[in-house]
Design a protein around this ligand. Structure first.
Ligand code: KG4
Ligand code: ZN
Length: 339
């Protein structure tokens, strides 16, 4: 089966073609809006929807062209219906509906985080179930128990900011280009010296939660106080220390959750999972605790439509039910997964 994936939940316009017979991504096109939002230091929702509107059809056409297929060969369309920016989601959903309606093929609504959670399967097709899934992106930081592609239970999440959000904020205060994550990683590689001890959250309640707002505030204060007193700061040292602390918080909770749930394997996905130092740290921990860790391929860590198409295919296989009247289907800005 050939399935088209469409993803426009945030600031990237994405389309991909996935072939279920041999689990191959035939094309994955991402039109980034980084340049549109860079000067504002964050995403401007209205500008994001306008740009999606300009890009959605050329991006879908490019995905079909790269896959060397015509629209008439498509057998299903999978599309992100939430969570995300409502204006952005609606552009992708409308385009997906139009194609599915015109071609009389099924439309599969996909939760953005289900797409991320299944993204490591694109390069690890034999990944075992059940496993723990860590999603770390600009909008989310959460832990899931994944028993099958459509049996997913949330077992922990952030109480405040997402890890990527903290990376972006600290990057902005340091004057680094948007998004902060990859630029903080680059700067951190230049530091070999002493680490600044930023605080880590301590939770009184049971469970596996994250919190990044205290760390974000501590790092921001450190920078601003030194700037005011004209004390020199070393950007590389701040980036290194902040990044190490985020990674330790994520790893401690994730490996704790794996132990508590009796799981042997874990996946790590979402934009922050592209971080090379995070990947090295998790590999080391996995070796120490005799667990397996699988990462989404770097190009599938940040938002993309290949993960949405693959999730759509898995969903169709798992449920085998018809999608019904999809013209009435709506997008939803906030919708939990597996709570
Ligand atoms: O998954 P994603 O593309 O969008 C959301 O669904 O949120 O993630 C974007 C986030 C941004 O916050 C960005 O700073 C972060 O992922 N990110 C990174 C790296 N690459 C992207 N964070 C740390 N290190 C990286 N190399
Ligand atoms: Zn995402």
């Amino acid at each position: 089966m050939l399935i088209l994936g469409v993803e426009t939940s945030c600031d990237d316009t994405c389309a991909a073609v996935y072939r279920t017979d041999d689990a191959q991504v035939l094309s994955s096109v991402v039109s980034s809006q980084e340049a549109v939002h860079a000067k504002y230091g964050g995403i401007v929702p209205e500008l994001a929807s306008r740009r999606h509107l300009e890009c959605i059809l050329p991006v879908i056409e490019e995905a079909l062209a790269q896959a060397r297929i015509g629209v008439e060969q498509l057998e299903a369309v999978a599309v992100t219906t939430g969570p995300g920016l409502i204006g952005s989601l609606l552009i992708g959903l409308s385009a997906a509906k139009a194609i599915a309606y015109a071609r009389s093929i099924p439309l599969v609504p996909i939760h953005h985080l289900q797409g991320h959670l299944l993204s490591p399967r694109l390069n690890h097709p034999d990944l075992p179930y059940p496993h723990l899934g860590l999603v770390v992106s600009g909008g989310h930081s959460a832990l899931y128990r994944v028993d099958s592609p459509d049996r997913i239970r949330r077992i922990g999440e952030t109480r405040d900011d997402a890890a990527g959000e903290a990376f972006d904020k600290v990057g902005k205060v340091l004057g680094l280009p948007y998004p902060g994550g990859p630029n903080i990683e680059k700067e951190a590689r230049g530091w070999q010296g002493k680490r600044i001890r930023f605080p880590k959250p301590r939770f009184k309640t049971e469970g596996f939660q994250f919190s990044f707002s205290g760390l974000k505030t501590a790092a921001t204060q450190y920078i601003l106080e030194r700037r005011e007193s004209a004390d020199p700061i070393d950007i590389a040292q701040v980036c290194f220390s902040f990044q190490e602390t985020v990674i330790e918080i994520l790893a401690e909770q994730s490996f704790g959750a794996m132990e508590a749930e009796g799981l042997q394997a874990m996946t790590v996905c979402g934009g922050v999972a592209a971080n090379g130092t995070l990947r090295e740290h998790f590999q080391k921990m996995a070796k120490k605790y005799r667990k397996c860790v699988f990462f989404a391929e770097r190009k599938y860590c940040t938002d993309n439509a290949a993960m949405i198409a693959a999730a759509g295919a898995a969903q169709m296989m798992a449920r085998n039910d018809s999608i019904g009247d999809f013209l009435g289907l709506n997008a939803c800005a906030q919708v939990p997964l597996g709570s």
